[in-house]
Design a protein around this ligand. Structure first.
Ligand code: GDP
Ligand code: MG
Length: 164
């Protein structure tokens, strides 16, 4: 069976940006089909010749702080029960938040393979000092990426691929 990669993270960290990048051309074909929702949650992708399914667990997200944590716990549960590999996305600009810590420990307890991405690392080269804070999530080496520009996404996928 095709491995399932789930993308989890707070609102606005760039889940959909990464999802769209991984889904690539195949997603635009789906979007052109009348009656098909534009906010696709599942897409087929491939890396190094291996097909996989990517899930954006976000979709329409709450903006109310109290609802965000509950929503994220649901996202994480969905990912834990359906995915073979989970990508937790965080945001360099906001740094590590309490919600990131909560979800990281939930994911860690699940025993599923987790790959930690720090998005919005838009400048190629050495990561800025703020990057190192993400090691504190206890999920191992963080991968600095720019879902917007594509930097680091190959290395992130290589890390996910090890668990396919
Ligand atoms: P989601 O809520 O987690 O799905 O996040 P989105 O993918 O909708 O992105 C939220 C905002 O962050 C949008 O304005 C994106 O354009 C922006 N964004 C996403 N990825 C990047 C990135 O790598 N760099 C920068 N600078 N902005 C990004
Ligand atoms: Mg989204």
């Amino acid at each position: 069976a095709k491995p399932i990669v789930a993308i989890v993270g707070r609102p606005n960290v760039g889940k959909s940006q990464l999802f769209n990048r991984l889904a690539g051309k195949r997603l635009s074909i789906v979007e052109d089909t009348p009656g098909v929702t534009r906010d696709r949650l599942y897409a087929d992708s491939d890396w190094r010749g291996r097909d996989f399914t990517v899930i954006d667990t976000g979709g329409i997200e709450p903006s109310n702080d109290n609802e965000i944590l509950q929503f994220m716990r649901l996202q994480a549960e969905t990912a834990i029960s359906h995915a073979d590999v989970i990508i937790l996305i965080t945001d360099l600009r906001t740094g590590v938040t309490a919600a990131d810590q909560d979800v990281a420990s939930m994911l860690l307890r699940s025993g599923k393979p987790i790959v930690l991405a720090v998005n919005k690392c838009d400048k190629p080269g050495d990561p800025p000092a703020e990057f190192y804070e993400f090691y504190n999530l206890g999920l191992g080496e963080p991968f600095g990426i720019s879902a917007l520009h594509g930097y680091g996404v190959g290395e992130l996928l290589d890390a996910a691929y090890e668990h396919f």
